[in-house]
Ligand binder design. Structure first.
Ligand code: SF4
Length: 341
């Protein structure tokens, strides 16, 4: 990894307008992604994890401008891509690819796999016709499918095979960065590990960088170097993988961790079941967005939004347990508190 991030995301926001009345005028907005900043370094896997609706997939799509951000910067290789025109953006997309959760929905059912995989080469002018066929066969081999797969159609493959095709489509243009949007969530558990292993092998072989989005912490743990935890459109914790698992600093992360099955049956851990529902992103609560569900809530949490700040070196949390305002917190929560960086 180098010191300069391959991708630098600053204060990214995506608000969707809510329209109402006969005239369909804007009456509010859904803050799907609300002021999110992070770096991704070359060769690393940054996991983004959170419950359904937390804004992680919207973040992934906004990075590629498949959804236009409302505000904020997305710097790829030092250039802010949010200001690029269509032609320039097309060139950037060669280096920034995406793998979707549901490969079936993202593969044109009327095109055979050869055509589906040739298309990115055609769009980016990367190969003549004969060479395209060779490249398609080569990429099929790389993702573990036979060359004859090129003549078949998406419905003739299993879910795991279709995801291999989705990976092949992203990889065939040799990108630097791949946004992996819940790539194994729709697959059986036994197939999940095959696809994860394939993605790990490809990352190593091709020096890829991944932003790996998932709701399942055990999946994210398997593949990530660092992990960002999202809640209600915001990053609430960001840390190296082992640090996050061994020493979660945010109560929401702590509750997610408690739900991850422990591989060693002799190790007993207490499951933290959160009370209450996730608030609507169209009407987030004042103060800390987690305060209506947090077992450690304090007065300050209901009034003041905690900023994402370094608590330890490379370990960030947005929680008043780790700010001066949280100094009156009860001793029972000391295991969540840490030394300032
Ligand atoms: Fe809980 Fe307060 Fe921390 Fe929010 S800021 S997570 S409510 S302790």
């Amino acid at each position: 990894m180098t010191d300069q991030p391959l991708l630098k995301v600053t204060n990214l926001k995506k608000y969707f307008p809510i329209k109402g009345g006969i005239l369909g005028r804007p009456v509010g907005e859904v803050k799907a992604v609300d002021d999110v900043s992070f770096d991704v370094f070359e060769g690393e896997v940054l996991g983004i994890v959170g419950e359904s609706g937390c804004g992680k997939s919207t973040t992934g799509k906004a990075l590629l401008r498949l959804i236009e951000p409302t505000a904020g910067g997305v710097h790829f290789q030092g250039k802010d891509i949010t200001t690029l025109g269509t032609d320039e953006m097309r060139k950037v997309r060669r280096d920034m690819q995406i793998i979707f959760q549901d490969p079936y929905a993202s593969l044109n059912p009327r095109h055979n796999i050869g055509k589906i995989l040739s298309e990115p080469l055609l769009v980016h002018g990367l190969a003549e016709k004969k060479e395209r066929t060779e490249k398609v066969h080569e990429i099929l081999r790389i993702v573990g499918l036979p060359p004859e797969a090129a003549d078949r159609y998406p419905h003739q493959f299993s879910g795991g095979q279709r995801q291999r095709i989705g990976i092949a489509r992203a990889l065939i243009v040799r990108p630097k960065l791949i946004i992996c949007d819940e790539p194994v969530s729709a697959l059986d558990v036994s197939i999940q590990s095959q696809i994860l292993n394939l993605m790990e092998d490809l990352q190593e072989e091709f020096g890829l960088t991944y932003v790996f989005i998932a709701h399942d912490l055990s999946v994210v743990k398997h593949i990530s170097d660092r992990i960002a935890v999202m809640y209600l459109g915001k990053i609430v914790e960001l840390a190296d993988r082992d640090d996050l698992y061994d020493r979660p600093l945010h109560p929401y992360t702590e509750s997610l961790m408690s739900a991850v099955p422990e591989p060693d049956p002799d190790v007993k851990k207490e499951r933290i079941v959160l009370e209450g529902d996730v608030p609507s992103p169209s009407d987030p609560p004042p103060g800390c967005p987690f305060h209506n569900r947090c077992p450690y809530v304090m007065d300050v949490c209901r009034e003041k939004v905690p900023a994402l700040e370094a608590v330890h070196v490379n370990h960030y949390a947005a929680c008043h347990l780790h700010t001066e305002e949280g100094g009156d917190a009860d001793a029972s929560i000391n295991h969540l508190k840490g030394e300032k960086a």
